[in-house]
Design a protein around this ligand. Structure first.
Ligand SMILES: [Zn+2]
Length: 289
């Protein structure tokens, strides 16, 4: 069972037709075996990585943890605390050599940043989720997911930020109140379309996350960070280099956008925003103290 409106074949078809090279299908507590799909859906140009949204709860609040590159279904775990519930699901995914990522912390205002900081063995955080009800931006005293990310990074966590669709609606209208595909994605560094390599690279931050801005390259040298933006028609770009506490250290309107790395900073990440409001998030570079 899926709570989306289309079967796996049609979902895979949508992503394939729109230029994606890999995809994780993550239904709630359902495992879709890529091998069960017709061979034409996964060829040398497209990889379906097996996954599941391990869907649990704590005191009626949603605790959803994606399992990436898992061998089969993982049963949702419960515990007597919020942290314990998250950790048990993370651990269940790790136990089968999958990679966990905690979904939409602000959905149902379920998972606060102090709790997230205590979770072990989770390296990926959703900083953008395309579902309309997940409160990416926070509000009313609750931090947005980028603020949460900076809190975790500033507290010494090596967390990498991902953007996802959480797509449910492939049919009917596409719009801001619908959970359509194509809203948030990642671009990973890899030599080949190999699930192990892609997931391993995600877990060490060899990727960027996007809602529409594409990058040509990210170069990190001991003294410099350089971001090459793929120019789209006459769009203009603004790049913020962000450090400890979420502080904007520098603003660039150039392409490439560059930043001199100095040794007193704990981390530097970058955010490229285009003149239409789309964003690319470059993963943090950690600087030895
Ligand atoms: Zn969810």
């Amino acid at each position: 069972m899926s709570d989306g409106d289309s079967p796996p074949e049609e979902v895979v078809r949508w992503y394939k037709d729109h230029g994606y090279r890999f995809l994780v299908l993550s239904d709630h507590n359902v495992f879709t075996d890529p091998k069960a799909l017709p061979a034409s859906f996964t060829d040398s140009t497209f990889l379906l990585i097996p996954g599941e949204e391990v869907t649990s709860s704590f005191e009626k609040k949603p605790v959803h943890v994606n399992g990436l590159n898992i061998p089969g279904v993982i049963n949702p775990q419960i515990d007597s605390t919020l942290l314990g519930t998250i950790q048990r699901n993370v651990d269940a995914i790790r136990k089968v050599n999958g990679a966990p990522h905690i979904n939409h912390p602000n959905f149902g205002w379920a998972i606060d940043q102090a709790t997230l900081l205590k979770v072990k063995n989770n390296n990926l955080l959703e900083i953008f989720n395309g579902h309309p009800l997940v409160h990416n931006h926070g509000g009313g005293g609750k931090p947005g997911l980028e603020e949460v990310w900076d809190f975790l990074l500033s507290s010494g966590s090596r967390m990498f930020g991902i953007a996802v669709d959480d797509a449910h609606h492939f049919k009917g209208e596409f719009g801001p109140t619908r959970a359509n595909p194509g809203k948030g994605w990642i671009v990973a560094r890899a030599h080949a379309l190999d699930a192990r390599e892609i997931i391993d690279n995600l877990e060490v931050g060899l990727f960027y996350a996007s809602t529409g801005v594409e990058l040509e390259d990210v170069k990190v040298e001991p003294t410099k960070m350089e971001i090459h933006i793929r120019q789209k028609s006459n769009f203009r770009y603004r790049t913020e280099f962000i450090g400890s506490g979420g502080k904007v250290l520098s603003l660039s309107v150039e392409n490439p956008a560059t930043f001199e790395l100095k040794d007193e900073r704990s981390y530097v990440r970058a955010k490229v925003v285009d003149s239409g409001g789309a964003v690319a998030w470059v993963q943090p570079v950690f600087i030895k103290q």
